[in-house]
Design a protein around this ligand. Structure first.
Ligand code: DQA
Length: 154
């Protein structure tokens, strides 16, 4: 059975390509989704790529992943810096989890220096631009391939 990865994107990431391109680049979120699916297909991984501007929706998706999905890649965007609810949901999910940021929040405003996501995930990738998504899918493929543990029990 193909392994499944949720790629969850938070608020304003639907505006990628148009939103502060000097920080976030020129690729749209759909461009990124296409590339992620391409990398996923090459490795027989199912990529379920999602975006929401709503915190509760993101919590619901993380809960949906429990027992159903092998890994979560999450760019919680601004909720990274505020959301205890997303932190708690991620803690409840036992599969492999990666926090992703296009920019490096530590080089930006001080309110971006706190992440409620970082302490609930296995790995953090930041500052690589939009290509981080493809690289992280490769990483997750490698981690899942080398794991003998069952879905959501890494
Ligand atoms: C971001 C960084 C966050 O601080 C910001 O609120 C975003 C995007 C990134 O991908 O660099 O919306 O998560």
């Amino acid at each position: 059975m193909a392994k499944k990865i949720f790629v969850i994107n938070g608020p304003n990431l639907n505006l990628l390509g148009r939103r502060e391109p000097e920080i976030y680049g020129h690729e749209s979120l759909e461009d990124i989704a296409v590339l992620c699916r391409k990398v996923g297909n090459a490795h027989n991984l199912l990529i379920d790529f999602r975006q929401s501007n709503h915190e509760g929706q993101i919590v619901d998706w993380i809960q949906e992943a429990i027992g159903n999905v092998d890994a979560i890649v999450i760019n919680a965007a601004a909720y990274t810096h505020t959301s205890v609810a997303i932190h708690d949901a991620l803690r409840a999910y036992n599969g492999y989890k990666v926090e992703l940021h296009i920019s490096n929040p530590h080089l930006r405003e001080s309110f971006r220096h706190t992440s409620y996501v970082s302490t609930a995930v296995d790995a953090i990738v930041a500052g690589l631009g939009t290509m981080a998504y493809e690289l992280v899918i490769e990483l997750v493929h490698d981690v899942l391939r080398n794991s003998t543990k069952p879905r959501s029990a890494l």
